[in-house]
Design a protein around this ligand. Structure first.
Ligand code: ADP
Ligand code: MG
Length: 347
């Protein structure tokens, strides 16, 4: 008879073999998109986008560089890895329908830990109606590496690039900024406390929103649906993964324009503001250079303003100007300072 306190011995990956592992982790995924003609199990997946153009985007996440398993549970990691990829397809104003997931794992990981990772991947696939149609599984000498490719489509006329912003366009952002970065500050602090005193049980209830933004971010598919509903085509768009300043620089440089961004308009959550006070950080700096919010930054023609003004989740934070006038932050004290920061950098 199974005793209550019996601990299940973890299943070694080597005992299952590569194909055994693939079978176990990909079981339970069901394709739901018509464009997924053939999924996992052959040498390649087959997709059919009819008369739409295909959108493809890839990201890689490396343990110790992009995530730390000390405070990022594997299930959340799986969810976030998918969401951050989908965000790149949505930021082209496209629909995402498939992903492939490639993992390199060291012998530190067992089947159960990979299953946790795939539970998160599956949850994201379910939320966003995405089919897992392939991937690769291999070993690493140390640590976990995840690479996800997201695949989507859009009508060619609907695709929005970084390069289309025009003078006098409004600059708009979804949601609020900087909370994911503050969530990371909280987790890193608790991790240090835990290292000193593992008995310490932190009370994180004041930080629920910040932690959610760091550990379970969402991609703004709802904003893309809103555009379709209101018949809005932004003139340019990018997702905010590295911080507002870095993304606004991408849009302005690729569109060959300048901008005035108003500090007082940048949307911040209450939790983010009080977190910044507690950690003695400047909230505007964090909104400009903290990463991983996965909000959308886009520009629209002024004639579309009426269509967005009733949406409380979209904030106009500035406008596009001539490139010769610079890429500026207009501060609360009405000074103009050039935005130069590259935001969060991985190197
Ligand atoms: P190949 O030898 O052609 O690389 P694999 O044995 O690696 O094929 O993969 C078998 C099938 O399982 C393929 O359809 C592949 O796309 C899929 N697959 C492999 N690893 C993963 C993974 N980690 N997640 C999802 N699908 C996977
Ligand atoms: Mg393979």
């Amino acid at each position: 008879m199974k005793k209550n306190n019996e601990i299940k011995t973890p299943t070694k990956l080597a005992d299952l073999g590569e194909f055994g592992v693939i079978d176990k982790i990909t079981k339970g995924f069901i394709n739901s998109n018509n464009s997924s003609v053939l999924g996992i199990g052959d040498d390649a997946a087959v997709l059919d986008f009819k008369d739409n153009q295909a959108l493809i985007s890839t990201d890689m996440m490396v343990e110790g560089v992009h995530f730390d398993l000390a405070y990022m549970p594997l299930k959340h990691l799986g969810y976030k890895a998918v969401v951050s990829n989908l965000s790149d397809i949505y930021s082209m104003n496209g629909t995402c329908t498939q992903i492939t997931v490639s993992i390199a794992v060291s012998n530190r990981f067992n089947l159960e830990s990979l299953e946790e990772l795939y539970l998160g991947i599956r949850a994201a696939c379910k939320t966003y109606k995405i089919d897992l149609v392939g991937g690769d599984t291999t070993t690493s000498t140390k640590g976990l590496i995840i690479s996800i490719t997201s695949i989507g489509s859009a009508k060619s006329k609907d695709i929005v690039k970084r390069s289309g912003a025009q003078i006098n366009d409004l600059i708009v952002v979804s949601g609020d900024l900087g909370s994911a970065y503050m969530g990371l500050q909280v987790l890193e602090r608790e991790n240090e406390v835990f290292k000193v005193n593992p008995q310490n049980q932190p009370d994180l209830s004041d930080y629920t929103y910040l932690l959610k933004r760091q550990l379970k971010p969402e991609a703004r598919k709802d904003v893309i649906d809103f555009f379709a509903d209101k018949k809005i085509t932004p003139t340019s768009m990018i997702d905010i993964s590295d911080g507002l300043s870095s993304e606004v620089l991408h849009i302005c440089k690729q569109s060959n324009v300048g901008c005035d961004l108003y500090e007082e308009k940048i949307p911040l959550s209450e939790e983010m503001k009080s977190g910044c006070e507690e950690f003695k950080l400047h909230s505007t700096t964090i909104a400009l250079s903290g990463g991983e919010d996965y909000e959308l930054l886009f520009t629209i023609n002024q004639k579309d303003y009426d269509k967005i003004k009733g949406n409380n989740d979209l904030t106009v934070i500035g406008h596009i100007i001539d490139s010769e006038k610079g890429i500026n932050l207009v501060t609360k004290s009405e000074d103009k300072v050039p935005i130069t920061s590259q935001g969060w950098k991985s190197f």
